[in-house]
Design a protein around this ligand. Structure first.
Ligand SMILES: Nc1ncnc2c1ncn2[C@@H]1O[C@H](COP(=O)(O)OP(=O)(O)OP(=O)(O)O)[C@@H](O)[C@H]1O
Ligand SMILES: [Mg+2]
Length: 270
């Protein structure tokens, strides 16, 4: 089910066009018949069960995995093109689980995001410090910029790795499970930050999450992926559990209403 009113109405240009994509990993079809268009400024939640191909899709967009069939055009180029170097920021699954022996301040970690082929062994600043300051400010970590990342909370660490992606001045952020392990407050404030990046800083976000409830509160558009795209449309039209089961080909086990066994008296109060 692909409901995309945006295609006709959206005045923003498309930055990603995926057509008829199939990806095979270790001989197994992981993604099949994927058609997808992303417009500038969208905030898209990508959901689906474990092993459904979410990370595979992101890695394909980044040019890490080669399609078996179909095409990907990102900013009008093939993935891997040098033309969009720095325009795409990727925060991998568990990126914020930095090993405890990594001793870097927030500022140093974010500065790593500004490294590229041409400045790798250079001391020249060429505006890098300013980019780092701007990225740290965007995620609200100014107060801890000189603190060792190992001393940050999980939510702050996640902000730091997002800032590292932003330091390249990335316009399109691919985030793989950034909400994992966060408490309620940290999650709410990260979602608010991402929403602001979208609305105020003109970023486009494609975010994988298992936290369906949280992502539905924030994303403008939802994609449910399970080898194929089972749903793609505005968040308010995301299907209820029963419809979703139908779209996934899960048939009901019970004919009538589910029978709930009564609890034996002795086990009732434990
Ligand atoms: N390096 C790999 N080589 C071969 N197959 C892989 C590899 N990585 C993942 N797969 C397989 O590809 C399928 C999709 O994996 P993928 O990591 O994209 O799923 P996912 O939706 O991101 O899952 P999760 O929610 O657990 O992160 C799975 O069946 C997985 O076993
Ligand atoms: Mg994954």
């Amino acid at each position: 089910m692909q409901i995309n009113p945006n295609d006709e109405e959206c005045c923003e240009p498309s930055i990603l066009e995926v057509s008829d994509l199939t990806v095979i990993r270790s001989g197994k079809v992981v993604l099949q018949d994927i058609d997808l268009t992303v417009h500038k400024g969208e905030f898209i939640g990508l959901v689906g069960p474990n092993g459904s191909g979410k990370s595979t899709l992101l890695l394909s967009l980044l040019g890490v995995l080669k399609p078996h069939k179909g095409s990907i055009s990102i900013y009008g180029n093939k993935p891997n093109s040098r033309n969009f170097f720095g325009r795409i920021g990727w925060v991998s699954q568990a990126a914020s689980n930095l090993p405890s022996q990594v001793r870097l301040t927030v500022r140093e970690l974010v500065r790593l995001g500004t490294l590229n082929n041409s400045n790798l062994f250079s001391w020249a600043d060429n505006g890098r410090s300013e980019k780092v300051t701007r990225a740290i400010r965007m995620v609200g970590l100014e107060d801890v910029e000189n603190v060792d990342v190992s001393r940050l909370s999980g939510g702050q660490r996640q902000r730091a790795v997002i800032a590292r992606a932003l330091a390249t001045e990335a316009e399109f952020l691919l985030l793989d499970e950034p909400l994992v392990g966060m408490d309620n407050n940290a999650r709410n404030s990260l979602l608010k930050l991402l929403d602001q990046l979208c609305h105020e800083a003109d970023k486009t976000i494609l975010m994988v999450s298992h936290d369906l409830t949280a992502i539905r509160q924030t994303a403008h558009r939802m994609i449910f992926l399970e080898e194929k795209i089972r749903f793609d449309g505005p968040t308010h039209l995301f299907p209820d559990l029963e419809t979703l089961a139908g779209l996934r080909g899960i048939t009901p086990t019970h004919e009538g209403p589910i029978h709930i066994h009564s609890i034996p008296q002795s086990e009732e109060v434990r």
